[in-house]
Design a protein. Structure first.
Lengths: 299, 451
């Protein structure tokens, strides 16, 4: 295959226009990825030259109790937060898809929390979760008091802190709701009309029409949630500092501490690669399972 | 053109600070400092003093830049070969960075400036050293003591007397501290019938201020690290006794009482600060607390007093923990003698006392002027001076994995105060894991030295 002079010139022009991205990708993505793989096989503290130590970091991780603990905390959070977020967002999107008076206002209200900076949300929720003075327990106390039950200690208890953070994550699910809404509005009206003619009620229409038709959107949100949840860092960092008793010490928090507090950059790089493999494995499982439940109209 | 712009942005000239016209030929020393707000303003006064005196004479101009996350920024800048000339960091970093060869040794320069053994109180002088090298000097120090609310002592004198205690003096032993605390603690029952601590006599982990609670074994006569044998000593009986003492608070007050009390108070720098608001009668604090009390609630200025924090061991007196802020010269600094000129200036007695008065802290120096003692904003500064000069004054754990130890010990304290873990089992586990981390550090260090 030969190129004409004009084609070669066009190729170079194309590459020149692409060059900002190519350079950015190479310098800020590809090179750090390759280096982090090398560092994960090294004793590296950022201040001295890396010393190659083979798989020692990975072996040390296998016997590190805090590593396993942080992994367990993260997976527990994901197990609560991902389904909770997906179902709540879907529920809200279905409600917002109903034609009502002031529908755009409701949509705006639901989306607004996504615009609140994480730090502001963290401060707000810390007060809301306050065991004694928080608004949540203020509402719950009379109800629970009726059954002689104590109010939950939320962020102050090892047992409650992860569910509390998972609950909080649902609050800022506006982006997910918007994606669901877009998916819901793409469902052809004629399918609903046909279902109605066949005598299908609202539940039947939801189960047999809406959910299959938006299953690619659910799948997309699931993948994004898995990736995002396994990297959660900022909320526990600001709200709980990983406590109490390391009950909210998430994987990425331990990775950050290993790198920048304990100056074990090689160890942290090994953790980052394990995290990548974990994300790949979980998204791989999601893709594999998608053959059974995701319906693409074009196929 | 795009490449040209990128090249200029990356490799092009950098702006220099705007110097006064008569100082444009001076050597600029870049000084990074962690302090923000009033503490940074106080340090700027010292920087200005330097620039207008020694700096003018020797043609050195110090430019201070205060910033957050200074430890990480200094680390990255040092690794990148463009460190600041002077970095204002924290004492645990002397060992952490010193052990990695990231700091310039200062002993020769210090000696040339007359800063030698005996210049500082021993606890600070020793803590500035690691592996026989002087790696930092002090910017401001601290010593912790017992702050107690005399007004509440007097108001509740009957309660204290009924418990066989003297309302006119602070507790002298840990046992007495417990008895004072029990007598002064008050509860309230809410509409749902749940009991809450409304006023605590003493709480081991006050709200928003928990960084020294892990050093509590010092008051039980032990340390958590043996710097001679390089071994953690977390399974020593005295360390366990200290953690058992912490555990006694939730046992007495209720499982969730400590955390619930802590989170229901305001943050440290607010009028809802538990000690300032009068919901905490006694607490362990540094000398700066006087400044906060004065600013947050001036009417309380004459209500409080400070005394040595009581010890659990008979005859063990004047025990304190002395953390401090440091000035260091990171490796690769191009102007070491000039940078040290500034550090030495900060450590002049007059400048050090000026800074420590503005920060409301004690002095690290052996020689302290009467003016400093008489005019200090903390009327109990003599207590802190005596404590930091005491043979029972302790420095931060001089261990290269102290940061990891701090994380583990804080988690243990939280678990103990929530009654979620048994102190003995937790300390035994931490002993094994932390010693393994230290041994790993040593192994890596030796491997590097062989290469």
């Amino acid at each position: 295959m030969t190129f004409t002079r004009g084609e070669i010139r066009n190729l170079f022009k194309g590459l020149a226009f692409l060059s900002p991205w190519l350079i950015g990708f190479s310098v800020f993505m590809l090179l750090p990825i390759v280096l982090s793989l090398y560092y994960s096989l090294s004793d590296y503290n950022l201040l001295q030259k890396p010393v190659f130590i083979g798989t020692e970091n990975y072996r040390a991780l296998a016997s590190d109790g805090i590593f396993w603990h942080s992994l367990r905390v993260t997976l527990l959070y994901a197990a609560v937060s991902v389904p909770l977020g997906l179902f709540m967002s879907l529920g809200v999107a279905l409600l917002l898809n109903v034609k009502l008076f002031a529908q755009p206002i409701f949509r705006t209200i639901i989306f607004l929390p996504s615009l609140v900076p994480t730090i502001a949300a963290a401060i707000l929720w810390r007060w809301m979760f306050n065991q004694r003075l928080g608004i949540i327990n203020g509402v719950l106390a009379p109800v629970l008091g009726w059954f002689h039950l104590p109010t939950p200690p939320w962020l102050d208890s090892s047992n409650w802190v992860v569910p509390s953070l998972a609950l909080m994550s649902v609050w800022s699910a506006g982006n997910t709701v918007v994606i669901y809404l877009a998916g819901l509005q793409d469902v052809p009206r004629d399918l609903y009309e046909a279902a109605e003619l066949d005598g299908a009620g609202p539940i039947r229409r939801l189960w047999n029409v809406t959910l299959p038709m938006i299953s690619p959107v659910i799948f997309f949100n699931l993948i994004m949630a898995i990736i995002g949840i396994l990297q959660v860092f900022d909320t526990p960092f600001m709200m709980t500092k990983g406590g109490p008793n390391r009950a909210s010490y998430f994987y990425t928090y331990y990775l950050y501490d290993s790198a920048f507090t304990y100056l074990k950059m090689g160890y942290a790089s090994a953790m980052a690669w394990i995290q990548l493999l974990l994300v790949l494995a979980l998204t791989g499982i999601a893709f594999w399972s998608s053959k059974r439940w995701v319906y693409y109209q074009g196929k | 053109m795009v490449f040209g712009v990128v090249y200029v942005l990356i490799f092009g000239p950098r702006s220099e600070p705007a110097l006064p016209p008569d100082r444009r030929s001076d050597l600029v020393i870049h000084y990074w400092e962690k302090w923000l707000g009033p503490e940074a303003e106080a340090m700027q006064v010292i920087v200005d003093d330097f620039n207008n005196s020694v700096g003018r004479e020797k043609h050195i101009y110090v430019e201070m830049m205060s910033m957050s996350d200074i430890d990480q920024k200094t680390l990255v800048a040092t690794a990148g070969g463009v460190p600041p000339d002077v970095a204002g960091l924290w004492d645990p970093m002397v060992v952490q960075l010193g052990s990695l060869g990231a700091l310039e040794p200062l002993e020769d320069l210090a000696k040339a400036h007359g800063i030698t053994d005996g210049f500082y109180k021993p606890v600070f002088w020793n803590a500035c050293h690691f592996n026989g090298h002087l790696y930092s000097l002090v910017s401001t120090p601290a010593a912790v003591a017992l702050f107690y609310n005399q007004r509440i002592f007097h108001e509740d004198a009957a309660k204290l007397r009924a418990a066989g205690l003297d309302p006119n003096r602070p507790p002298q032993t840990i046992d007495e501290l417990d008895r004072y605390s029990d007598a002064l603690t008050e509860f309230v029952t809410d509409a749902q019938g749940q009991r809450h601590v409304s006023r605590a006599g003493y709480m081991p982990m006050p709200p928003d201020y928990d960084w020294y609670v892990t050093s509590i074994p010092l008051w039980f006569g032990d340390n958590e690290w043996d710097s001679v044998t390089h071994r953690f000593t977390l399974t020593d009986p005295a360390v366990l006794q200290a953690f058992r003492w912490l555990e006694s608070f939730p046992r007495k007050l209720g499982e969730d009482a400590v955390s619930e009390f802590s989170t229901s108070q305001g943050s440290f720098n607010s009028p809802q600060n538990a000690f300032v608001a009068g919901t905490l009668v006694m607490e362990m604090q540094g000398p700066w607390m006087a400044n906060y009390i004065h600013h947050l609630r001036p009417s309380m200025d004459h209500d409080w007093a400070a005394a040595p924090f009581p010890s659990a061991v008979p005859g063990l007196t004047d025990v304190t923990y002395c953390p401090f802020d440091t000035l260091m010269i990171p490796r690769g600094c191009p102007h070491i003698p000039e940078a040290f000129e500034f550090i030495a200036f900060v450590n002049r007695q007059d400048e050090m006392e000026k800074l420590c008065m503005m920060h409301c802290k004690n002095s690290p120096l052996t020689n302290v002027s009467e003016y400093f003692l008489d005019h200090h904003p903390n009327p109990y500064i003599r207590v802190f001076e005596e404590l930091s000069a005491s043979p029972n004054a302790h420095m931060t754990m001089q261990c290269p994995v102290a940061q990891e130890a701090g994380g583990d010990l804080t988690a243990i304290v939280q678990g103990v105060l929530a009654m979620e873990i048994d102190p003995k089992i937790a300390l035994e586990q931490a002993q094994v894991s932390l010693q393994a981390k230290y041994d790993e550090f040593e192994k890596n260090l030796k491997r590097r030295m062989r290469q």
